[in-house]
Design a protein around this ligand. Structure first.
Ligand code: ADP
Ligand code: TRP
Length: 319
């Protein structure tokens, strides 16, 4: 089985990214041949600052490795280290129906939030389809918000296969039901663009502050509280064992504990959970050539597959 996923280096990684995409991707690396990349071409749809793009890309690589990506099992590389993917994007765009792209939620949401409607932003799902199809990927671990992009990828693969003969495999999304939408501190989906994020490697003071500012209702301390509707409880459940979750559920239902106390418990859990990863991160940062070596090796492996698939595509379509 070939597993593939990507993440944009458009900012600092948060715990929604971690539980929605990174942790499932890391868990899957033992089950097959994994390819994980930093989607720097995609990030250009929102970021036009060369230093920031370079720095974020490196940081995402460091953070992903610190969280447990094993470069002996998974190829980690920059999307732009495989420029063939832009050739495939062009080819796919010649068969991509306008209507299909016009229906993309992600595009519509971004425009609604005030992003400029560039041709690149509109074509974003076609580049993503090329990312997936160029590695003959079987399984794509992502958060729920990317599901439609995988459906578009499948539609484009089917259309290519119908037009030119069997070229592409049809990939399957892998969405973890328990973590499909991680809430942010305001209770909405956690997202850096909503400024409601808690970062994986934020400093202690800032992280505590973010946790303590989680929005709650005004149920008094002594009254029972509804765990299901609480962002604190939902986040706590991501970090704690079944027993611990059972324990805090009881405390919610019994009454007598205020939200401030629950937030403190959540902060402790979250902070401890990422402690080994913070340590690993320091080690990675201390070894100056490590990241470059990992990315170079990953890019080499990715290029080998991409070259083979592109040869197949070019022959099939008459180039
Ligand atoms: P953001 O919304 O912060 O810009 P991205 O769109 O870059 O995050 O998402 C990168 C990956 O993380 C995607 O696979 C996405 O589905 C996943 N992801 C992002 N936010 C969440 C969330 N709140 N819950 C679950 N998964 C998420
Ligand atoms: N669009 C994805 C996101 O914003 C990132 C991405 C780009 C991706 N290409 C991909 C994810 C291919 C999975 C497969 O999160």
């Amino acid at each position: 089985m070939r597993i593939l996923s990507g993440i944009q280096p458009s900012g600092v990684l948060h715990i929604g990214n971690y539980f929605g995409m990174m942790q499932p991707a890391i868990a899957l690396q033992a089950e097959g041949e994994a390819f994980y990349f930093i989607a720097d071409y995609h990030a250009l749809t929102s970021l036009h600052n060369p230093e920031a793009l370079r720095e974020n890309s490196r940081r995402v690589a460091v953070d992903f490795l610190a969280c447990g990506l094993n470069p002996e099992r998974a190829a980690l590389f920059l999307q732009s280290a495989v420029p063939q993917v832009t050739e495939l994007t062009w080819i796919l765009s010649t068969i991509a129906p306008m209507g299909l792209l016009e229906r993309a939620h992600s595009y519509k949401d971004k425009i609604a939030r005030g992003m400029a409607a560039s041709a690149g932003l509109f074509n974003y799902p076609v580049l993503m389809a090329a990312d997936i199809l160029i590695y003959d990927s079987d399984t794509v671990p992502v958060g729920k918000d990317q599901k439609q992009h995988i459906e578009i990828t499948r539609d484009l693969a089917v259309k290519m296969n119908e037009t030119f003969g069997e070229i592409f495999k049809l990939p399957e999304p892998r969405i973890n039901a328990a973590t499909e939408v991680v809430p942010g501190i305001d209770g909405q989906k956690m997202s850096k663009s909503y400024h409601n994020n808690i970062d994986i490697f934020g400093d202690e003071k800032e992280t505590r502050k973010r946790v303590m500012s989680i929005v709650t209702d005004s149920t008094p301390v002594e009254m029972p509280k509804d765990p299901a509707g609480s962002t604190i409880f939902q986040l706590y459940s991501l970090f704690a064992s079944k027993n611990e979750v059972g324990g805090i559920r009881e405390q919610f239902q019994k009454g007598g504990t205020g939200y401030g106390d629950f937030k403190k418990q959540l902060f402790e859990k979250l902070w401890d959970y990422f402690a080994p990863m913070r340590k690993r991160r320091e080690e990675i940062l201390a070894d100056k050539s490590y990241i470059d070596d990992v990315l170079t090796r990953g890019a080499k492996r990715a290029n080998e597959i991409a070259d083979q698939v592109m040869q197949r595509v070019r022959t099939a379509i008459g180039l």
